[in-house]
Design a binder for this molecule. Sequence first.
Ligand SMILES: NCc1[nH]cc(CCC(=O)O)c1CC(=O)O
Length: 323
Amino acid sequence: MNDTTATAPLRLGTRRSKLAMAQSGMVAESVRQLTGRPVELVEITTYGDVSREALAQIGGTGVFVSALRDALLAGEIDFAVHSLKDLPTSQPDDLALAAIPLREDPRDVLVARDGLTFETLPEGARIGTGSPRRMAQLNAWAHALGRRIETVPIRGNIDTRIGFVTGGELDAVVLAAAGLNRIGRIDEATQFLSSDTVLPAPGQGALAIECAMTNAPLAATLAELDDPRTRLAVTAERSLLAALEAGCSAPVGALADFQGDDRAVTEMRLRGVVGTTDGSTLVQLSTTGPVPASDEDALALGRALAAEMLDKGAAGLMGERAL
Ligand SMILES: NCc1[nH]cc(CCC(=O)O)c1CC(=O)O
């Protein structure tokens, strides 16, 4: 590297949404500190940002991601930051998943009117979410409580979705804690939904930093931002999702977490759920074992749990995913 390339700004491609800008800003700062180089944000518009169609209808998988990837491959940007849960499970050969930084809170939260919780919402409450995974688990939860709710399909950015509650159109919406946290609105959550009740999307709360495979020096530098334990967890979750042959709009939840204290983590637990959006049937399984020794072991764990779920009838539920 000569002097010019060493001091030239690194170009970080980002979507324009408040969440994407917040995430990219956080990573830009880390990369600045790591490299001593300036990082410039380059705004890219993705199909997921401009389409008014329901995400489930346009296929879900990758709509937020492909424009950023095109820009990486065209050399218009040097690296990109994605919400890991928006990344398709298959990684293109020419792009490196250079780093998966430390995950933050993976849980979903309820943002309800008047400080209400799921349990204190009135009978027949209208709860907004565009996610079949959330619908399935919320409906199953209501059913277990002997309650009736109405899940209302919505989409839009976080501000728009919270606006349905503040505007009085819905009693509550469900969002990812991590997203609210990153845009500084976590105080508006009225309940954190336990992963024992609602499993998050595979990879929720984690970020992915991607660059072109041909840019090996940059990939090596970015790798310093990787959190190995987060990588193992999300690798297992995404492997489960891939093995269930589901896109990101399918009703699949998964979460891997670690048991033991921070200095002596000994075991990893992987939980997965798939269901019908009406919540009448859920297949939920869990497995706990030694912390995977490699990404390959984490992949195998996800595949094994998925196979068990398919055995227990998950396959029959997946047919519903186009709905
Ligand atoms: N599907 C949109 C999306 N992608 C990532 C997040 C939240 C941040 C994260 O999970 O890392 C959100 C918003 C939401 O689900 O509330």
